[in-house]
Design a protein around this ligand. Structure first.
Ligand code: NAP
Length: 305
């Protein structure tokens, strides 16, 4: 058994990881943002994981960001726009060479964290598991999937992956984590903004085939311009496969907008548009999509990034 895991943010994915590590006997603590959240959590008696039609309460120990114990392994399970500020609150506790696992969707937040805490060792995670939160610290394990892990430096698989094995958390170590993250970002850019703008389930996007193909062609060019040719391979075909497989679902961005929650657009379509600009690529369709989406977010009183 390795070092203690600290999980920053016990939301959907953080809670899912915490419950599984805890029940496997792996030492861990979750870090909640303040005393009020901690008291609320303690009142609930722990995290409840709902899966396979059953639910179990796990009394995972929790603490505030300013607790005393040093942190050697930190799983950051906040949204991309919260990650840096949340880590800053526990940064004085990080030991030199601490591992920081970053679960954030999209790109941009991981690079910012790696640059701001250069003495740490960042591991990037691309997750296709699905979870959502209900009131009262209940986490619903909604979809099976995979967690791809890797580093920007292409290091070897670390020994602590044995903890994930013990906890039954699906994972694979990869030398190509950037490719996984870019591919997921591109699929998200093709599907999510359109589903928000047309206010529809994924399946209804099949009526906008030409527009999807135009978006995929520009995303393809962005990926190739930043040396992500493998992530560009067969992109449009996969986008249509994902749309068909999730035809009845509303995508996460649609759910966020409908619930009045901030989206991660700045780390998804925003990141694709910024990358295109940095590469001197003309992507009029992506830029127009971002403009329309940001106008809608402004209208709803939500942040544009
Ligand atoms: P979430 O349910 O909103 O959870 C985020 C958690 O971060 C919340 O519990 C929040 O605390 C906490 N947090 C924010 N700032 C904090 C701070 N300063 N200190 C401590 N905790 C803080 O989000 P999520 O769905 O798990 O998503 C996390 C990341 O995983 C996102 O980038 C998402 O795109 C990615 N992802 C999610 C899924 C999924 O199925 N959910 C799948 C793949 C990828 P409060 O409870 O106090 O607000």
């Amino acid at each position: 058994m390795g070092r203690t895991w600290h999980i920053l943010g016990a939301g959907s994915l953080g809670g899912l990881w915490a419950a599984r590590l805890y029940r496997a006997g792996i030492p861990l603590r979750i870090i909640l943002r303040n005393q009020e959240r901690l008291a609320d959590y303690q009142g609930a008696g722990g995290l409840t994981l709902v899966e396979n039609q059953g639910s179990i309460l796990y009394p995972v120990p929790a603490e505030r960001p300013d607790a005393a114990a040093p942190i050697a392994r930190l799983l950051v399970a906040c949204k991309a726009y919260d990650a840096q500020a949340a880590i800053a609150e526990v940064a004085p506790r990080l030991v030199e060479g601490a591992e920081i696992l970053l679960l954030q969707n999209g790109l941009g937040s991981q690079q910012a964290v790696a640059a701001r805490w250069p003495d740490s060792h960042c591991v990037l995670v691309s997750s296709t598991e699905g979870a959502y939160r209900q009131a009262g610290w209940r986490i619903v394990h909604a979809g099976q999937g995979q967690n791809w892990l890797g580093t920007l430096g292409h290091d070897h698989a670390p020994a602590w992956l044995a903890d994930l094995d013990a906890a039954g958390i699906p994972f694979a170590w990869t030398d190509a984590i950037m490719s996984k993250l870019w591919r997921k970002l591109a699929i998200n850019c093709a599907i999510n903004p359109l589903s928000v703008l047309y206010d529809c389930r994924n399946g209804a996007l099949l009526a906008h085939r030409a527009e999807l193909l135009e978006i995929c062609a520009e995303l393809n060019a962005v990926l190739r311009a930043c040396d992500q040719g493998a992530a560009a391979e067969g992109l449009a075909e996969e986008v249509f496969r994902v749309i068909e497989a999730t035809a009845n679902n509303y995508c996460s961005m649609h759910q966020d907008v409908r619930s009045g929650r901030r989206t991660e657009v700045g780390f998804l379509l925003g990141q694709a548009c910024r990358t295109a600009q940095a590469q001197g690529l003309d992507v009029p369709k992506l830029n127009a999509l971002l403009d329309q989406l940001q106008a809608l977010l402004r209208q709803r009183g939500l942040p544009e990034d």
